[in-house]
Design a protein around this ligand. Structure first.
Ligand SMILES: Cc1cc2nc3c(=O)[nH]c(=O)nc-3n(C[C@H](O)[C@H](O)[C@H](O)COP(=O)(O)OP(=O)(O)OC[C@H]3O[C@@H](n4cnc5c(N)ncnc54)[C@H](O)[C@@H]3O)c2cc1C
Length: 404
């Protein structure tokens, strides 16, 4: 085939890395990236960390410039159609429909549409309720904290606790609410989750755990959060950090398994299609490093890892070459910054049935700690807290050795 054109839907980290990796894998034809956001790809992790903790100036372009990924020479000719959403696709005809009515044809398609923040469907005013997924969300939140409201963060996962910690460093009164008893219980296990909670509490963040939210108080704007047990927490601002939804509706009607993201095989080829691959947060793929169960992995490292394999798969399909035949076994890894704690995880701690404290004291996390996670006795993950980078590299190697 001569000069095949690839359309990438989703203009964030996954879309950018897919474009770069398609060039590396030998695709020299046209590449178009369709991005719903108006911004060129930028880094999301700082949104709940430095961008909130250090408000600075509110010029969107200057802020974007500090977060934007460097555009490599290999993708200088890639066309970005920004502020443009895919609203439908007919995979049999190899076309994608955009929100302005245009139809794009493709020879190969990359699904990189990631996630959007889930919102709570609760009674009460809309004003004062925020989420944090995009640069525009973060700017909206920054503008809203100028009046120094008391803040309730609903959700005690990483984004919720990072947001709470960042707003706390600005001197705001912050309460984290969650029906779960312990923050990060699923991701880190109750022992470390409980220790992180105590660390944040000692710094002054308040937690209301084990209770749900029934609604919002206020008429024009939120003035409080009504808990399921009848208590009302003062809140001039609420951040709903209650997980996410996969952006896959535009693929409806094609017979795909969109039960949780887009189901792919181990090569990131979308199941039941030709010349369609998925990357990043939206891709649900089996990782033999862990087991054979397809899962999505919402970590920053995954768009890069999956884009490399997906590009090799797509280029092979476009050129009628065999698909890669070595197992694709990326190591899940994530980090989180919470006040003076840096957590660094390898593997899949969330799948463990046992957590062992190997180093340190969970009640002195800032001094360093190491927890290993096992499933049926086998090492499945590690979490290091405040250990130096060299030690973290060792842990990654050790993890690889044990699972290989
Ligand atoms: C606040 C925050 C903090 C985080 N912190 C960490 C961290 O500390 N450590 C870590 O490991 N990970 C972290 N992450 C996760 C990490 O940022 C994600 O794993 C990564 O952004 C996933 O990239 P992606 O390109 O797959 O998806 P996304 O970043 O979700 O990008 C998808 C893009 O597709 C666009 N899109 C969606 N639908 C359409 C459509 N129909 N048409 C066109 N475009 C569309 C969206 O607008 C978006 O720009 C954090 C995420 C957030 C939100």
């Amino acid at each position: 085939m001569s000069d095949p054109g690839v359309v990438i839907v989703g203009g964030s980290l996954g879309g950018l890395r897919a474009a770069e990796q398609l060039r590396s894998a030998g695709h020299t034809g046209p590449l178009r990236v369709i991005g719903e956001e108006v911004h060129l790809p930028y880094n999301r992790p700082p949104l709940s960390k430095d961008v909130l903790a250090d408000p600075g100036d509110d010029d969107v372009d200057r802020l974007h410039a500090t977060l934007a990924f460097r555009r490599r020479a290999s993708v200088a000719d890639v066309e970005f159609l920004l502020g443009s959403a895919a609203v439908g696709a007919e995979l049999g005809a190899r076309t994608v429909r955009l929100d302005d009515g245009a139809t794009l044809s493709y020879d190969g398609l990359v699904v990189a549409t990631g996630l959007r923040a889930r919102r709570l469907d609760l009674p009460g005013p809309a004003a004062g309720r925020h989420v944090i997924r995009t640069l525009d969300d973060a700017l909206g939140l920054r503008a809203a904290i100028a009046s120094r409201p008391s803040v309730v963060v609903i959700g005690s996962g990483f984004v919720g606790c990072e947001t709470a910690a960042s707003l706390h460093t600005l001197g705001l009164a912050v309460t984290v609410v969650d029906p779960a008893e312990v923050p990060f219980a699923r991701a880190l296990g109750p022992r470390l989750g409980g220790a992180v909670r105590r660390h944040l509490e000692r710094a002054g963040v308040t937690f209301a755990m084990g209770v749900g939210v029934a609604g919002y108080a206020g008429t024009e704007a939120v003035t409080g959060v009504i808990l399921a047990d009848g208590r009302v927490l003062d809140a001039g601002l609420v951040v709903e950090a209650v997980g996410s939804r996969c952006n896959t509706e535009w693929l409806d009607g094609n017979g795909l398994d969109l039960g949780d993201g887009v189901l792919t095989d181990n090569n990131l080829a979308v199941a039941g299609t030709e010349r369609v691959v998925a990357v990043g947060d939206v891709a649900r793929f089996p990782n033999p490093l862990v087991d054979d169960v397809p899962r999505r992995v919402e970590h920053w490292s995954m768009p890069t890892d999956t884009a490399k394999r997906a590009a090799a798969t797509l280029v092979a399909q476009l050129t009628d070459e065999p698909a890669p035949d070595t197992p694709f076994t990326p190591i899940p890894s994530f980090w989180s910054d919470l006040l003076d704690l840096r957590l660094q995880a390898f593997g899949s701690p969330a799948l463990a049935d046992e957590a062992i404290l190997e180093e340190g004291d969970v009640d002195r996390l800032a001094d360093g700690a190491l927890i290993t996670y096992r499933r049926s006795g086998l090492l499945i993950g590690t979490v290091a807290v405040n250990l130096p980078p060299a030690r973290q590299r060792q842990l990654r190697e050790r993890f690889l050795e044990r699972v290989s």
